[in-house]
Design a binder for this molecule. Structure first.
Ligand code: A2P
Length: 354
């Protein structure tokens, strides 16, 4: 169903007029999302307090690989289903449509901008300090927001071959600090950083990175990094919490890599609780105190994934222990696409400092 419905250009308006609302509901109807769907309020939601003083809702909607023509409906569905955290990035090439949906839902008046936590990320090719603000403003314009709740350095990678990362990560970080000074961004952080890279950045930082967004799920628990970050007050956000089943083709991972969604122990725990394997994986992340970004463009799955916060259920310590003992440990997003014989990362071991 991707790209079968034209996306209208709403980029010059801050609030949708009647005709634009009609177009958006047509788009949603075509995608099976009722535009007059009621709102579900899921409150209070678990949050984590960040070093910046702001709070981050623990469950957010992921938008990586959500196609144009689908992502807007997914975001609108999520906000109406009770999500208050949307994770975006410039490189996902869909922020404009996310912004359309966000504006449409905010215009309905039930959800307020300040209740929604919006993240975007600085792409590798925009690390030059002279480019950082423009990149951030482009994401803000596409997302139609006057501030971002969180802006992350997407990778410790710039694409410039050579022995050192060029421009240096600390220079890019200094430009990101200025985004906070200017009120464009409330909190800044990083993504895909090892403890070693984060420590080096923290030593140079005026404003400490408050978040490290990395892959985490029971097949890649990333526990050492999580506890290292926790000891320093850095919040960990878990991406690909379901094991990223739809990224194999995108990043060239073998299709037969085992999936936590199909794991026998996860299935057994799900059966014990009367929940789905995805809900067990998301709940596991929440109970670890991480925020977690399940991606979906399917209305039923979007709603079901937030159900982990409803009904007062939880994984028993014994069930958590079984998930914490799963022997398969491997990244689904291994960063091998950044390996370059000319440096700075000549192996994934150098990228992840392992
Ligand atoms: P879809 O978008 O069609 O729902 P991750 O969050 O680890 O990146 O995983 C995203 C993948 O998992 C997508 O392929 C998504 O498909 C699928 N997915 C999302 N929610 C569920 C769910 N509740 N059960 C099974 N698969 C899901």
């Amino acid at each position: 169903m991707a790209n079968t419905v034209p996306i209208h250009d709403f980029s010059n308006v801050t609030e949708l007029n009647e005709e634009q609302k009609r177009q958006l509901s047509e788009l949603e109807r075509a995608q099976g999302v009722a535009s007059d769907a009621g709102y579900r309020i899921v409150a209070p939601q678990p949050t984590a307090k960040l070093l910046s003083g702001y709070t981050i809702p623990l469950v957010g909607l992921g938008t990586w690989k959500s196609a144009k023509g689908e992502v807007g409906a997914a975001v609108a569905t999520a906000l109406r289903a009770g999500y208050r955290h949307i994770d975006c990035a410039r490189i996902y090439q869909n922020e404009h449509e996310v912004g359309e949906a966000l504006a449409a839902v905010l215009a309905e008046g039930v959800v307020k901008r300040e209740e929604v936590f919006i993240t975007s990320k600085l792409w590798n090719t925009d690390h030059d300090p002279a480019r950082v603000e423009a990149a951030c403003r482009k994401s803000m314009e596409d997302l139609r927001v006057s501030y971002l709740d969180l802006y992350l350095m997407h990778w410790p990678v710039t694409g410039t071959p050579g022995p050192e990362v060029q421009p240096p990560l600390a220079d890019t970080w200094a430009a990101m600090e200025q985004l906070v000074d200017k009120g464009l961004v409330r909190t800044i952080g990083v993504s895909n950083f090892s403890a070693k890279k984060l420590e080096a950045l923290m030593a140079r930082a005026r404003i400490q990175p408050a978040v490290n967004q990395v892959e985490a799920h029971p097949y890649w628990r990333n526990e050492e990094l999580r506890s290292w970050c926790a000891a320093r007050g850095v919040h960990l956000t878990a991406y690909s919490p379901l094991g990223s089943p739809d990224s194999a083709a995108v990043i060239g991972r073998a299709a037969d890599v085992p999936s936590p969604l199909k794991d026998e122990t996860v299935a057994a725990v799900a059966a014990e609780l009367g929940k789905s394997p995805a809900q067990v994986l998301i709940r596991w992340a929440v109970q670890r105190g991480t925020s977690v970004l399940p991606k979906s463009v399917n209305p039923q799955r979007i709603a079901a994934n937030l159900e982990v916060l409803v009904g007062g259920w939880q994984l028993a310590p014994e069930q958590v222990a079984r998930l914490d003992a799963l022997p398969v440990q491997r990244r689904m997003v291994d960063g091998s696409f950044w390996v370059d014989a000319r440096g700075p990362y000549r192996s994934t071991a150098e990228l992840w400092d392992e």
